[in-house]
Design a protein around this ligand. Structure first.
Ligand code: NAP
Length: 298
């Protein structure tokens, strides 16, 4: 058996096209564009690439992009003051502070300062709490994008056994909450889990968000399982390669021989993250401007 490849790139393109349509009608109703502000502190090259890509895609979807690049030695008080200004700015619907921040800054305090109505990354305690309570709110982009791919593939997830490997605030925990809300029976595994292969073997849905190259092997999977590989790991360069290959947390070729569907790395979950960020910004814009948006429209 060869599993189907879950094409996150194509799904993300479709989502961005829907966002662009709704962004245009939002602009007509609200008399302004939806706006997303991205704050980058320091000059981490990977973060620079992400931020540039976010700004480009925001504009391409017909929304306003506000970029704030601050030097690496920015003081906590200055960063907090910027977040306060963005909170108060009516043209800004979403605020994303690119993480990680330089070590001298208190990341948690900065995230907590973001107005939950503009928390497009879904990381404030209010957003996290609302997700746990099953209340509407903004949900972290990568797990929400992973859920969209799962629902597109499987339809109803009700009653399925799901194993999420990883318990980060960014991916594992919100992923588990989302799957629980879809009536899955959810297990969260982590670095202290005993006999991980056995735990994974019972899952109809496996979400790997670990950061360990090819940790999950084909013989850990139940035949027919659907596998969402969130991991992005760069291998050391092989001889003659300038850069090492990107691989996920799942041994892809092995999984393809056992599972029914697998997300590739790259081209699976990765492209979903920015598309969902734009979606979250537009959902926030509708709420902030009091413009109705049909439930499930985006
Ligand atoms: P993280 O904060 O480092 O969390 C990793 C989790 O994996 C932790 O809960 C850890 O357990 C668990 N873990 C580590 N080693 C393990 C092992 N051997 N067996 C079982 N569990 C283990 O990472 P993250 O932010 O969630 O990200 C995870 C991966 O997803 C990374 O590769 C990251 O690059 C990728 N990612 C991709 C996207 C995207 O857009 N596609 C977005 C975000 C992240 P403990 O809690 O016990 O330490």
């Amino acid at each position: 058996m060869t599993a189907a490849v879950i094409d996150g790139k194509a799904f993300a393109e479709g989502l961005r096209a829907r966002v662009a349509d709704y962004a245009a009608t939002f602009e007509q109703s609200a008399g302004r564009k939806a706006g997303l502000a991205v704050v980058l502190v320091g000059d981490d090259p990977a973060s620079q690439v992400y931020v540039a890509s976010k700004a480009r895609q925001t504009v391409a979807c017909g929304m306003a992009s506000f970029e704030h690049r601050l030097p690496a030695d920015t003081a906590q008080a200055d960063l907090i003051a910027l977040v306060d200004r963005l909170n108060a700015d009516a043209s800004v619907d979403g605020i994303l502070v690119q993480l990680p921040l330089p070590a001298h800054l208190d990341e948690q305090a900065v995230v907590e300062r973001i107005d939950p109505a503009k928390d497009v990354d879904g990381l404030t305690p209010i957003s996290t709490g609302r997700l746990a309570l099953g209340l509407p709110g903004l949900v972290p982009c990568t797990p929400l994008g992973s859920l969209m791919l799962l629902k597109d593939r499987l339809g109803s997830l009700s009653g399925l056994d799901a194993v999420v490997i990883g318990r980060s605030i960014l991916v594992g925990k919100p992923m588990a909450q989302l799957l629980l809300a879809e009536n899955c029976t959810v297990t969260i595994a982590h670095s202290r889990t005993r006999d991980l292969p056995d735990v994974v073997r019972r899952a109809d849905i496996v979400v790997a968000a670990v950061g360990r190259p090819e940790l999950v092997r084909g013989d850990w999977l139940k035949p027919g399982a659907v596998v969402i590989d969130v991991g992005i790991n760069r291998l050391p360069p092989a001889e003659g390669e300038a850069k090492g290959r990107l691989v996920g947390d799942v041994a892809y070729a092995e999984a393809m021989a056992v599972a029914s569907a697998v997300t590739p790395v790259p081209g699976g979950v990765g492209p979903m993250t920015i598309a969902v960020l734009l979606r979250n910004a537009l959902v926030a814009a509708h709420r902030n401007a009091g413009v109705p948006l049909a439930e499930g429209a985006l």
